[in-house]
Write a protein that binds this ligand. Structure first.
Ligand SMILES: Cc1ncc(COP(=O)(O)O)c(C=O)c1O
Length: 457
């Protein structure tokens, strides 16, 4: 008998509610602090950047938040997404483990990012915003928000990290196709961008710098432009919970329950999206699934960063949050997983990791591309370099299960396809990629510049 490899939900199975971890978390979130006064931020400060509905979601402790019909209508263009069993990958590895993956690369923009781009554009639209600003690393987030802004008739300015802008011209063109304006950051359009260019004319940019530029434009727009962030914030993680909610139903269809759930982490949104609904089952319903975040050794914020208060951006304009950080002025090596190059991590992931509810591992770039290529050659889908980190994590689990002779059920999130990442694959095939271990001394230098916050009790 052949093994079933795809588990498909009906449109009517689309979740009607997002799951908010703050309704269940056993570790109270630390306060978010104002970047100048170091006092807890007020909704007034946040409202310069975000519409009130998203601010309310950010601080909400409601376990479930209803998804508006206008959002569901656009989700239906690509959701529910399929769950696959990677039987051919299992065979290639000779593992007794069962490997499942949730395929978020089927969204029109190619990743999980529209799951939050669509509601963010919607809530901005209904609160009267005319235009959004944002940053993008690899271009996945920018493309998703460009698509969403187009659906809700909002203008969009995207500050794209310069190294990615040069590596990924097709992502830029995709954003332009949806109608967005795209700039290579650092730009000469902002005070902060000009100051970086004056000191480092060849700066490759970083997510921290691009965030600062996008925040500056929104904050000085007199209210017409708001800022949108594709990861890290709690409301973003909440929107991504549709991934895990669907996966719970699909694992049920498959007649199995995961022993381990894996996702790559940049700011943490796709990992939280798949992992938090399973964490709820651990916390409330006696399950014991291990939840493993996979990060690059070049940006090891969870595994090597320190857990403290730091700015969310390089220019110190964004709020200060408690997170595992490499320091806000951390300059990442130009690895090809652009979306994983952030210096910090979502505060809720950090708090849960610190308290032992989540695990984290760091993997090297070459081993990651090796995993991505094996996945492409067995399952047919070329993964985004970011998602290949989750594949590496899943393969390591499957090989460990093989060594121990265990039948382990592994579920990972395939956060996006890599069809626009051919330059990265070419560099890998030509032997032009290297492994980077971010040097401990460099992290120490960045950490010396942390804000001197009196840690609230
Ligand atoms: C395909 C893909 N996966 C993962 C990430 C990392 O972001 P996050 O940790 O928020 O999911 C990105 C970010 O750009 C991405 O494009």
């Amino acid at each position: 008998m052949s093994t079933q490899t795809r588990f498909l939900l009906k449109e009517s199975d689309l979740p009607k509610f997002w799951y908010n971890i703050n309704g269940d978390t056993p570790v109270a979130p630390a306060p978010v602090l104002h970047p100048q006064t170091f006092e807890p931020v007020s909704p007034d400060f946040l409202s310069v950047l975000f519409p009130m509905e998203l601010i309310l979601q950010e601080v909400s402790t409601e376990r479930f938040i209803e998804i508006p019909e206008e959002v569901l209508e656009i989700y239906r263009l690509y959701r529910p997404t399929p769950l696959h069993r990677a039987v051919r990958l299992e065979k290639a590895l000779g593992t007794p483990a069962h490997i499942y993956y949730k395929h978020e690369g089927v969204s029109p923009a190619g990743s999980h990012k529209p799951n939050t781009a669509i509601p963010q554009a919607f809530y901005n639209k209904i609160s009267g915003t005319k235009a959004l600003t944002t940053e993008t690393g690899a271009g996945q987030w920018g493309s998703a928000l460009a698509m969403a802004c187009n659906f809700f008739n909002l203008d969009l300015e995207v500050y794209m990290v310069k190294v990615s802008y040069n590596q990924k011209p097709y992502r830029r063109i995709m954003m332009q196709t949806y109608g967005a304006q795209v700039y290579a950051s650092p730009t000469d359009r902002t005070h902060f961008g000009r100051s970086i260019l004056a000191d480092f004319p060849d700066s490759p940019g970083s997510l921290g710098i691009a965030i600062s530029e996008a925040v500056e434009v929104a904050a000085t727009s007199g209210g017409s432009k708001k800022y949108s962030l594709g990861s890290v914030l709690n409301h973003v993680l909440t929107h991504q919970s549709v991934i895990g909610e669907e996966a719970l139903k699909q694992m049920d269809m498959a007649g199995e329950y995961p022993d381990v759930v894996i996702g790559c982490v940049g700011g943490g949104s796709n990992f939280a999206g798949i992992a938090y609904p399973f964490l709820r089952e651990n916390l409330r319903n006696g399950q014991h699934t291990r939840l493993v975040a996979v990060e690059p050794t070049a940006t090891p914020s969870l595994t090597k960063g320190i857990y403290t208060f730091d700015y969310g951006d390089t220019a110190k304009m964004a709020p200060i949050v408690k997170m595992h950080t490499l320091g806000h002025d951390f300059m990442p090596a130009p690895i090809h997983a652009g979306g994983l190059r952030y210096h910090g991590m979502a505060p809720s992931i950090c708090a849960l990791y610190d308290a032992g509810y989540l695990e984290a591992v760091a993997v090297h770039q070459l081993a990651t591309f090796e995993a991505g290529v094996l996945f492409a050659r067995t399952e047919g889908i070329i993964p985004a370099p970011e998602s290949a980190h989750a594949i590496r994590g899943a393969i390591n689990e499957a090989l460990d299960a093989k060594e121990k002779g265990e039948k382990r059920v592994i579920l990972f999130n395939l956060s996006g396809h890599g069809n626009f990442d051919m330059a990265s694959y070419e560099a890998y095939f030509n032997g032009n990629l290297q492994d980077y271990e971010y040097p401990a001394e460099a992290i120490e230098v960045s950490l010396a510049n942390l804000p001197k916050v009196k840690v609230p009790a």
